[in-house]
Write a protein that binds this ligand. Sequence first.
Ligand code: NAI
Ligand code: MG
Length: 336
Amino acid sequence: MSPTGQPITVCLINGDGVGKEVIPAAARVLEALNLGIAFTHAEAGWECFQQHGNALPDATKAAILSADATLFGATSSPSTKVAGYASPVLGMRKAFDLYANLRPTVSMPGSPEGIDLLIVRENTEGLYSGRERREGDTAITERVITVRASERIARYAFQTAQKRPRKHVTIVHKANVLKETDGLFRECCLRVAAEFSDVTHDELLVDACAMWLVKDPRRFDVIVTTNLFGDILSDEAAGLIGGLGVAPSANVGASKVAYFEPVHGSAPDIAGKGIANPVGAILSAAMLLDHVGCAEAARRVESAVRRTLNDGILTRDLGGNASTERMTTAIVERLG
Ligand code: NAI
Ligand code: MG
């Protein structure tokens, strides 16, 4: 039950590769909280495409719509064009207008202390606008930046910063070169910044930001940026706290639809071996709990993860030898 007494429905989509291992692990943790969550299951991804000819079937969209939130694993996307295939991740973001991709990076046991930053990534346009074409021996991708999308992501970032202790936003762009697209993004962010007298801000070019993330990650609170830059910077940030195996994310928009997923992909190199780190998926489940109003349960999950890592129960990517199942059991045991 949610705090309002309504039963919570969570749609689980494993997807491909390690998604099939980490989503069941996260579901085990959610179940162990005894919140009376009702689970539904749906399919998406490359295998789903191979079976049904559609990577994001209508039945899956319907299941996402009728759930309070969705927990998603990962998909394997081919690096070459496959007729009829479209990325379900981009499809979900577009279909439900999930315009904000939230990627927190918080110090973990074993990583440098004092890191607590949140990347707020525009999720619907930029270089992922899907406008790509070949003209003879030239390939062109259009980078689309609109006032509407830029202002709303900036507003989301500033509103989020308002609720955080440091109340600071760093606007990240490359307006010195991309004068039109990032010039517009920057202008929109600065206009929104002026609406928030209680939130401070600064700006950084994306290449300098990449350097500062490594050199002094503690200087960052909220980072707002465009789609591709946010994708790259958030993987870089994950590297500061143990890697992709521990990084969670949320995709949210104006409606109640939201989905939560580890930042990592389908990890074909380790899939099926039972060694994937479930922490990214489990912390994504904690973000989901916050979204559906179960903040206390979310904190229980986060602290169980911390205690597990502190106790030295680590998967291979973190330097240990615990299996996905061992790590998940240890986290469940520490839910308190
Ligand atoms: P990846 O994130 O799948 O893997 C990168 C590296 O991190 C690999 O060495 C992998 O073993 C490791 N890793 C990832 N998740 C891990 C976990 N839970 N525990 C331990 N180690 C983990 O990225 P990669 O290899 O670039 O892409 C593989 C496939 O995933 C591609 O088809 C790509 O399109 C897809 N992908 C899907 C995403 C999504 O569904 N949102 C996001 C990123 C990639
Ligand atoms: Mg990525």
